[in-house]
Write a protein that binds this ligand. Sequence first.
Ligand SMILES: C[S@@+](CC[C@H](N)C(=O)[O-])C[C@H]1O[C@@H](n2cnc3c(N)ncnc32)[C@H](O)[C@@H]1O
Length: 201
Amino acid sequence: MTFLYKSSLLYHGLMTMVYHVHRRERFEEVARWVPRDAEVLDVCCGDGSLSSFLPASVGYRGLDESTAFIKAGTHRGRDLRHFNLMAEPLPVSQIVICQVSLFQFYPKVEEVVGRLFAAAAERLIVSESVKSFSQSKYALPKAICSWGTCVDGLNDGSFRFNATSLEALFAPYRPYLRHTAEVCAGRDWIYVFDKDDAAKI
Ligand SMILES: C[S@@+](CC[C@H](N)C(=O)[O-])C[C@H]1O[C@@H](n2cnc3c(N)ncnc32)[C@H](O)[C@@H]1O
């Protein structure tokens, strides 16, 4: 558990600083790929904020390792469960979403993407940052950001994707790609994969 994920308030404060005028857009760009009445599994959901951007008819479930986030989200009536992606099998869902979370699992990101893809019965939506303070040329924000997001036993928090490495990560899934674009003025990239209308890998 990283320091940053011990408080939902602290996390939202930081995300507001980072995304600024794009703080709603990052959720809206994901939400617009979720059909009404869909069943959604949000993996590494934080406090489940994404659910506020989905139609009420969507069946939303969120999974996250942070007890503080789960507590904050369930207080708001969201269906969230404590879950460790590195230790537990993922349940299958019509739509699987993973937002700004893949970087944490470096160097096991290929394995994680494979598991997310397998869990998505119809559609996988991944949105990931390609800009971060952990890549800053200034030592202080770089150190704080890396320290705040390092993962015990996996990485030191300094790894982030860029547009090229993200594209390479998803290359094997290209036949399933329905949509990709940069969002939030290039801070994030979104990838939408559909299983039905694609050739097999
Ligand atoms: C950068 S936050 C993203 C949260 C949310 N998706 C969002 O867009 O605001 C990364 C999330 O991954 C969760 N996380 C980290 N390691 C995890 C693991 N092994 N299993 C499940 N969740 C994990 C953290 O608790 C945190 O909520």
